[in-house]
Every structure is written in C-alpha cells, then in structure tokens.
Design a protein around this ligand. Sequence first.
Ligand code: ZN
Length: 438
Amino acid sequence: MKELLITGGRLIDPASGVDALRDVLVRDGKIAAIEKPGGFAALAKTLPKQFQIDATGCIVAPGFIDVHVHLREPGQTHKETIATGTAAAVVGGFTTVVAMPNTTPVNDSAESLAWMLDTARGSAVNLLAMPAATAGSMGERVTDFAALVNAGAVGFTDDGKPVLEDEIMRAALISAARLGVPVSQHAEDTRLTGGCSMNAGPVAFRLGLRGMTVEAESRIVERDIRLLEEIERAEGLRPHLHVQHVSTARALAAIKSAKARGLHVTCEAAPHHFTLTEDAIGEYNTNAKMNPPLRAEADRRALVAALLDGTVDCIATDHAPHASHEKEVEFERAPNGITGLETALGLALRVLHKDSGLPVSRVIELMSARPASIIGLKDRGAIIVGAMADVTVFDAGAEWQFRARDSRSMSKNTPFDGAAMLGQVKATVCAGRIVYRR
Ligand SMILES: [Zn+2]
C-alpha cells in the first residue's frame, strides 16, 4: 500500500465546487480520503516525510491537463523528447498532456500511436495523443479512426495544418462523432496564408513581411461550424469540433454564436495569445513567431474577454520546442512555435487573474476540469475520492522571473525569458507519485 499525504493547503476543486482548507490522502495512485485540517494527524506522525507534502500557504488543485503539446518524438529528438518535454510539463504543474501528431513520421497509425504511448519512452506524466485526422496529415484520406481510438486516441487533428477540404472534414467529423471523440482543428485557410510569417497589419507592413489575415482563421471556423449543422441535420449525429489556439475576435464571435445555438464546439486559448501582441516581434524576434501569429491588441483583449465569459473552454500551451540553430535564421525562414509548459500558470495568473479579475478557481478549471471533459477523461481533472491522484500544489502569490536557461525543455525558444510570472508550482503529483518537488 503506497500512501501520500498533502496537508495544510487550500483545496480548490472546480468540478466539485470545493474551496476550503483540506488535507488529502492518496493511496495506491487514487484519492483515498479528504479531511478537514489535522484529520490525518495520526498518520502524519508515522508516514515517512518523503511521502508528505506540506502545502501550507499553497493551493491544492487537480493536476493540469494540456490538450495541445508537441513533444517531437519520434523523429525530431534534437528539439525535444517525450522524456524532456514531460519533465518540463511537471515543473509547470501538468500531469496529463496530449501529444500532437506532427512528428516524423506523422503519428497516423495504431502502431505509431502505441510506440509513442509506450512507457519505454519515459514520460513523466500521463501521456495521451491525438493522431492525425488524415494519412500523413496530407489532407486527402481520413485515417482509421476506430482502430486508433481502440489504441488510445483521444481525438484527431492534422495540427500544424488544417483539414482543408470540406468533404474530408465532414468525413472526419462524422467518424469522430460515431466514436465520441473530438476533431481538433488548426483553423487556418492555407489558401490565404502562403508566404505569410506574422499577423497582417501595420507591424507586418513596417517589417516588410507578408501577413496572415484574421479571416484566414475565422473562415475555417465558420466553415467547420456549418459542417456541424449539416451533419446534425442530415445524419442525426452530434459531432464535436474543438478549435485549437483561437487567436482572433472574429473566430471567437463565430464560436460564441455556435455555442448559443447548441452546437458541440469547444476551443482553447494559448497563454502567448492572451499575453502578447504582434508588437513582441520587435525587430524580427523569431521567438515571437508562431502559428497562429500574435495578433493586434484588440484581438488579445477579445481573447481575454472570451476567457472571462466562458466562450473559451480551456488553456492549452501549444508547447512547440525548436533548437536554437533553427530559430536563429531570418524571420521568414524560422519555424513557428514557442515552448510553453513552464510558463502557462505564471502567465494565466498574472494576465487573467491579477490583471483581468478572473478568479483563481476559474483559472484552475480552464487547466484541469474543462480540458478533461473535452477529451472525455472521466477519472481526472477533479480531486474527489476515487479519482486518479493527479494533484498540483502551487503558491498563487509567488512572484518570480522565468529564465529560459533554467527550463527543463531541451529547447529555449520562448519570448518570456526574464518575464514576470505570478504563481509557482511547488509540487506535482501524478498517479499518486511525487513527480516534481520544488
Ligand atoms: Zn496549430
């Protein structure tokens, strides 16, 4: 019998509505009991200290769940591996991450999925994956969704690219609906973004770069919503569209209206999009280059408002490591993406809680209960008796500076080197084991 005791903390569990001082007993990987402070005093006397976490002054929350990470393995292990990416995840308080399929080769078969999820890869957290929606993410032929769900897929995506063709997206939504999983869409009309490396607007004009318009994002979101309506009407199915890294007011408006009409649409926001604008590119800073790009201040504000009013369902990092030699090239040639697992909580609490008034419990919900429900995880995302013992202990008032050189990710491509963070993870427990302790 393996026991672990977390005492002295303020338990915030949005799923059960608890916000109170509570001690938590973990046994054999599950939440075994929750008591008022001191309720496990007798056990605390005998349990070895290495199996106890003193959470005094800290918040005890469900382990964070990130539905959008790039771990680069197989095939691009000079950027990151499953072991190093998940080592960074635990520092950020994440206990479950969902790997995107744009590895080399693309994760589009039950065999590659099984290889990725094998414990031999050395993941420090619960590793899940969304395989490719189309073979090779080429957008031409839908993969074998049934076989992939059997092998553990929690959804499908061609992330990095959109599923562009109407008929292919329709087929993907129908297959996924029959299996009860979402199709995650990277909403970018690539017919409008050829040769573009940032947001369209005055900054792109000044830098002499081709810009992506907001319509390139919103058009795909609007098209996908139309497909949902058509499928509901014609097939009697209820497909689930998950829109990845929404970055524009226009796409958010389309999502809000679709939700109001009762369609099953969810979406995620990335910390960089609610924290930064295109101004962060400065003089061609490739560590501020990602896709979708950093947008104008009006779009950033719309995203914060959508996080506050519930239009946005969850926070996802889009952790996208790249080696420095790959980023240290001219802006247009640099790859898209930044690391994000270690800065997500510190930015969410600073920008959404402190600056915008979002309650801490809602920040936690956006990082645990809501992402769990999007990918259908029934035993995670909550601290209730019987649930998996995935717990994040953090000091919500800690002010600190993130240093890229201290990152556990193999890559250091972040625009947040030296940035102020609010809230720091003190301990991360995954399946009843302490996987990180500060
Ligand atoms: Zn994407």
